[in-house]
Design a protein around this ligand. Structure first.
Ligand code: S3P
Length: 186
């Protein structure tokens, strides 16, 4: 994907469920002092329902509409420096890929499928993984989404075997380098 001129200094975390987007996002927020936007949380607050309730009552399509709308709002927000944690499926819609790149520095957090399974099996808040065989589901979704994460990311970080604080430090350094090359500062 082309390197568009970047005018927003957001750090945008993308990647599959269980790859640490929220935890690393909070760490970056603490280090930089930029506001932290967890897109799933904003959607839950707006709807007055949890993600599993939205999926069950309104369906995945409605959730994806809400997610895409919020993403577009962030791309025209007067706030130019935020840490944005996206939901794992934000790359499912083509229209979102361009919007993600316009938002700022896009960091793809990845992990091997077995690590994702282990991390996500501890909670029941992910409707897409509640079927009989989450392991197969994870692999199927990863197969479809991996090229999409790859196409939109400025940086990939494999989170397996690293402390989240170490990862946050690395992201910060890379973001500083990236923005300085665009004539911007973090
Ligand atoms: C989803 C990921 C979830 C949440 C929803 C759908 C997905 O976010 O948006 O359950 O399609 O991968 P996390 O990646 O933060 O778990």
């Amino acid at each position: 994907m082309n390197n568009h001129a970047v005018c927003r200094q957001n750090i945008v975390l993308i990647g599959f469920m269980g790859c640490g987007k929220t935890t690393i996002g909070r760490e970056l927020h603490q280090r930089l002092g930029y506001p932290f936007v967890d897109m799933d949380q904003v959607i839950e607050q707006r709807q007055g329902e949890s993600i599993p309730e939205i999926f069950a009552r309104q369906g995945e399509g409605v959730f994806r509409d809400l997610e895409s709308r919020l993403l577009r709002e962030l791309a025209v927000s007067p706030l130019l420096r935020q840490i944005i944690s996206t939901g794992g499926g934000v790359v499912e819609r083509d229209e979102n890929l361009q919007v993600l790149r316009r938002l700022g520095y896009v960091v793809w957090l990845s992990a091997p499928p077995e690590v994702i399974l282990e991390r996500t099996s501890k909670t029941r808040n992910r409707p897409l993984l509640q079927g009989d065989d989450p392991s197969i589901r994870i692999r199927d979704l990863l197969r479809r989404r991996t090229p999409r994460y790859q196409s939109v990311a400025h940086l990939e970080v494999d989170t397996h075997g690293l402390e989240f604080s170490e990862i946050a430090g690395g992201i910060l350094e890379s973001a500083r380098y990236f923005f300085s090359r665009s004539g911007l500062e973090v």
